[in-house]
Unconditional design. Structure first.
Length: 185
């Protein structure tokens, strides 16, 4: 038996946050700040994208790890999606980040990663949340390196539906039509 996958109605949708307006979509935003000083946080919106304001925070418009903290931006979807890619802004060669999918760390990237947007594995379906965390700061050649960037956009697509599901739906519709004809005749 051969089964394929058919995309549900609609193509991939990109949510772009670089305009600075409060983002809207089938998702909610949250944040987390941990470290020596940060005890609370709020999500920020600016022309560069989404950031996290740790309280206190020297750079409230960015997801960063300064001073001695880690900020995480969470995106929680209203329904399962396939996360296609994530685009960061203000992201440079020294930055590194951790990507969480459905509450578990998927991968840690950098420093030195140049993929932007970062493409998510097509094998990862049924995503109900993801998070981007600035990794901890490091000292290289006597310089304190810190991570700082914003979430500029992400792209999601409907979760693939097995083609057999469409066959089942079609068969049930045909049975319903036959039943209506018998009642009418």
């Amino acid at each position: 038996m051969v089964t394929g996958f058919v995309s549900a109605a609609g193509a991939a949708t990109t949510y772009d946050f670089t305009g600075g307006a409060n983002p809207a979509g089938p998702f909610s935003l949250g944040c987390q700040a941990t470290g020596l000083l940060n005890v609370d946080c709020e999500v920020t919106y600016n022309a560069e994208g989404l950031g996290v304001k740790g309280i206190p925070d020297l750079q409230p418009g960015e997801i960063d790890n300064w001073p001695k903290s880690q900020e995480t931006l969470w995106v929680n979807f209203d329904y399962d999606v396939r996360l296609v890619d994530v685009t960061l802004r203000m992201f440079d060669y020294n930055d590194d980040f951790e990507l969480f999918i459905n509450g578990s760390m998927d991968s840690s990237y950098g420093p030195g990663i140049s993929d932007n947007p970062y493409t998510i594995s097509p094998d990862i379906n049924f995503v109900n949340s993801f998070g981007i965390r600035a990794s901890s700061s490091s000292i290289v050649d006597g310089l304190i390196l810190k991570d700082n960037f914003t979430l500029a956009s992400f792209k999601v697509a409907p979760v693939p539906v097995p083609a057999a599901g469409f066959l089942l739906i079609g068969a049930m519709a045909a049975l319903g039509a036959v039943g209506r004809r018998r009642k009418a005749g």
